[in-house]
Ligand binder design. Structure first.
Ligand SMILES: [Zn+2]
Length: 67
C-alpha cells in the first residue's frame, strides 16, 4: 500500500456500524475509512464506467440463465 497516508497509521475507521458500535478496522482508505465505510472502491464515476458496469451485470444474468 504505497499511497497510504502516514497520519492514518494506527487509527481505526470509527464509522458507526449497524449494531451501534464504532468500526474498529485499521485498514483504512485515503479518506480515513475502511473498505466497508467508503475507503476503497467508489464504483463507476463516469457515464462510460456506469454503462460498462451495467453491461457486466446483464452479461452475468445471461450466463446464469433465466431466474
Ligand atoms: Zn469501517
Amino acid at each position: 500500500m504505497p499511497s497510504f497516508p502516514q497520519y492514518l497509521r494506527g487509527l481505526a475507521c470509527g464509522a458507526i456500524k449497524k449494531n451501534g458500535k464504532p468500526c474498529g478496522m485499521t485498514t483504512l482508505g485515503a479518506n480515513g475509512r475502511c473498505k466497508f465505510h467508503g475507503g476503497a472502491s467508489t464504483g463507476p464515476r463516469t457515464p462510460e464506467g456506469r454503462a460498462k458496469a451495467l453491461e457486466n451485470l446483464k452479461l452475468g444474468r445471461l450466463k446464469r440463465g433465466k431466474s
